[in-house]
Design a protein around this ligand. Sequence first.
Ligand code: CA
Length: 233
Amino acid sequence: MRVLLIEDDAALSLGITRALLREGWQVDSLADGRQALAPGLIDQFELAVLDLGLPGADGMTVLRAWRAAGAKLPVLLLTARDELSDRVAGLNAGADDYLVKPFDLPELIARLRALKRRAEGRVSEVLRVGELSLDLSHRELSYKTDPVYLSPREFALTEILMQRVGRVVSKDAIVARLSSWESDFSENSVEVYVHRLRKRFAELGVVIRTVRGFGYVMECAGPQASDAAELHD
Ligand code: CA
């Protein structure tokens, strides 16, 4: 998941960034509200953590501008204790949740996970395909009851594909979700990682089918699915 963090307190911003990175999410951060108003910027993200008191443009202005431009991503506001009226205004302006400073990082993570779950229409933190299950809260992938170990990038890609089992995920969407401003993830690297995962999952009864010119579909390896994989590869 790719998260935009806008917080002008440098120490807090760093602490949150580290906590989100530990979740295996991609994080980009800004410290000035004006920068968050750049056209199209927010479209790169799936979730935003937005401080209300910001230099340049305050969090309310930023949030209103995003919603006016049609951005639908979940937004969690960070507010100071004395900003109660702002919190209410924030929720009215289209924020999905808020946290009052100071807060515990595990609570922030839990709330962001809940927002993500709701946005994806899921009720559980466990994604499944065939005998493979991925527990998002513990960041564990298992085949039946055995753990399957993956690198962080492989895990992130598996998560993206498992969120849309049986549906096509475009290569562009994968690149966007695995990139951050600091590290660009190319289409070639997507192919390399898909190739690795495909080998890995073949023995676990799961295939990653290529839809030529568009992207990939993860599904159970039935007789039909494996025929299709051969045709498309
Ligand atoms: Ca602030």
